[in-house]
Design a binder for this molecule. Structure first.
Ligand code: NAI
Length: 327
């Protein structure tokens, strides 16, 4: 029996949150503590994890919680993990782009991924730390160098873009957001976030001008939060929910459900020339098991795909180059 089958039969995966004491890490850890799909929650940060772990451990659910503090405890935290979620790093302040975070967060993600290769090389890894368009290619390079890369199990979490699109469309259509499905493809920054509004259900009938405005709002929604928080951080609560939703999909698949459909920024061949791309896929025990075709795009969306190409490719290259220089 291979390792993942064993994991599935246990039905109590171990999940690590790296950056667990942060703005996203804390509410995400709370949501994961409430999950019936998790056996053990391993909370790692360079500050404050003992307090966060102690606090959460008093909640009367079956998830065992342990806190780990500082680099000397990182590999112990990761031992035996099936899913590693990484929200470690600095968030944006007003006026910053996600790419402005590169210098600090690239090194943080690199260090954490190196530890993953040593402590839990078969784990699924979900990266939240921005710029996701670059941090995921960095992680891929680190895993390739260690000989542990499994492209089907490395994800950039773009679920927040999906839930924002669902919410904004529900407002326009006057329906419950639970009834909305809308593909969001590409990457996770500015114009690389492409909501495929022509495929939204329920169907929305908007003028081209309003379609452009809605697309822009979904693309800039993160900045809306950064501005509203006025220097105290970026999206944390909605992101925690988004990451918990993504984690639930991963855990259902790890536990043997082979019909889980999700979006994420992954190693992909779906758009020629863009080696990482977010689109819909089916998860199973082996990670991404099938890519779902993009389907027909409207002329506006075809243009959006072309517009993002250069920026996405350059962010991917920036990540690969960074990892290469660290050799
Ligand atoms: P935060 O500053 O509140 O928390 C970050 C945490 O990471 C802190 O607790 C810090 O101690 C920890 N940390 C720093 N270096 C670390 C290391 N080497 N190892 C482990 N932990 C370390 O930031 P917040 O708001 O939680 O955001 C975290 C990241 O998530 C940012 O890069 C932000 O841009 C990104 N983000 C991504 C989104 C997405 O949709 N993918 C949405 C919103 C934010």
């Amino acid at each position: 029996m291979d390792r993942i089958q064993k994991i599935g039969s246990h039905l109590s995966p171990k999940v690590a949150v790296l950056g667990a004491a942060g703005g996203i890490g804390q509410p995400l850890s709370l949501l994961l503590k409430l999950s019936p799909l998790i056996g053990e929650l391993s909370l790692y940060d360079v500050a404050n994890t003992p307090g966060v772990a102690c606090d959460l451990s008093h909640i009367s659910t079956g998830v065992r919680v342990k806190g780990y503090l500082g680099p000397q405890q990182l590999e112990v935290a990761l031992q035996g993990c099936h899913l590693v979620i990484i929200p470690a790093g600095v968030p944006r302040k007003p006026g910053m782009t996600r790419d402005d975070l590169f210098n600090i967060n690239a090194s943080i993600v690199k260090g954490l991924c190196e530890a993953v290769t040593r402590a839990c090389p078969h784990a699924w890894v979900a990266i939240i730390s921005n710029p996701v368009n670059s941090t995921v290619p960095i992680a891929a390079e680190i895993f390739k160098r260690a000989g542990t890369y499994d492209p089907a199990k490395l994800f950039g979490v773009t679920t927040l873009d999906v839930i924002r699109a669902e919410t904004f469309i529900a407002e326009i259509a006057g329906v419950d957001p639970c009834q909305v499905h809308v593909p969001v493809i590409g990457g996770h920054a500015g114009v690389t976030i492409l909501p495929v509004l022509s495929q939204a259900t329920p169907r929305i009938q908007l003028s081209e001008e309003r379609l452009k405005a809605l697309t822009a709002r979904i693309q800039d929604a993160g900045t809306e939060v950064v501005q509203a928080k006025a220097g105290t951080g970026s999206a944390t609560l909605s992101m925690a929910h988004a990451a918990a939703r993504f984690a639930e999909s991963c855990l259902r698949a790890i536990n043997g459900d082979a019909a889980v459909l999700e979006y994420g920024y992954v190693d992909s061949k779906i758009v020629p020339g863009l080696p990482f791309f977010s689109s819909r896929f089916r998860l199973g025990r082996n990670g991404v098991e099938e890519f779902i075709a993009l389907g027909p795009l409207s002329p506006l969306e075809v243009k959006g795909l072309e517009v993002m190409r250069e920026e996405l490719l350059s962010s991917i290259k920036k990540g690969v180059d960074f990892a290469g220089k660290q050799l």
